[in-house]
Design a protein around this ligand. Structure first.
Ligand code: HEC
Length: 173
């Protein structure tokens, strides 16, 4: 009986070292065919649509309808209205999903210009004539932090209301 107890105790003490292993395993290798390091998206030259799917669709959904439950506004058929109010043009670049994305300035400008197209996300919501975004403009704007996002957005929405624009952003406010 005493021997059994001692054996049990010895096993209990030894058990952790049996399970312990270095993490990550130093002998781990890339899966075959997957040896090359991943190309960062900013250098990958994907199309605008692919960049949207990879960087934005997780929250905004593939068709831009967003999700009120996750506080993500609808871009489809609405996002162009921001170009109609003072400060809206800058706001579109400074929202964190944009400014902090892994895309470079030129990619972000292309993505914005696509979003604002009728056959992109904006539908009929964008004004008739507006200058497209350039990489330089994005570079300047994206590094200026927006300190009060909800307040800034509320102000822009208020301004839209005074212009008689229907607030069809899916957020029920
Ligand atoms: C992690 C989730 C998430 C990702 C990823 C994301 N967004 Fe957003 N986006 C939001 C949320 C939430 C808002 C609402 C404002 C806020 O809280 O930032 C928003 C707001 C916006 C707005 C302003 C629209 C409005 O009505 O206020 C635009 C434009 C936008 N996002 C574009 C993009 C683009 C383009 C990408 C990809 C490069 C992107 N977002 C990635 C969550 C995300």
């Amino acid at each position: 009986m005493r021997h059994l107890l001692i054996l049990g105790l010895a096993l209990a003490i030894a058990a952790p070292s049996v399970y312990a292993r270095a993490i990550p395993n130093p002998n781990q290798r890339h899966a075959p065919g997957n040896e090359a390091p991943q190309t960062p998206i900013a250098q990958a030259n994907y199309s605008v649509g692919v960049n949207y799917q990879l960087q934005c669709a997780g929250c905004h959904l593939p068709d831009g309808t967003g999700s009120a439950a996750n506080d993500t506004p609808r871009m489809a058929g609405f996002v162009g209205n921001f170009l109609k109010v003072p400060g809206g043009r800058e706001f579109l670049v400074r929202v964190p999903g944009m400014s902090q994305s892994a895309l470079n300035n030129a990619q972000l400008a292309d993505l914005l210009n696509w979003l604002l197209r009728e056959d992109g996300m904006a539908g009929a919501s964008a004004p008739k004539n507006y200058p497209p975004y350039s990489a330089d403009e994005v570079a300047q704007l994206r590094h200026e932090t927006m300190l009060n996002l909800p307040g800034t957005r509320a102000q822009l929405i208020k301004e839209m209301r005074t212009q008689g624009i229907a607030i069809d952003d899916g957020m029920n406010d």
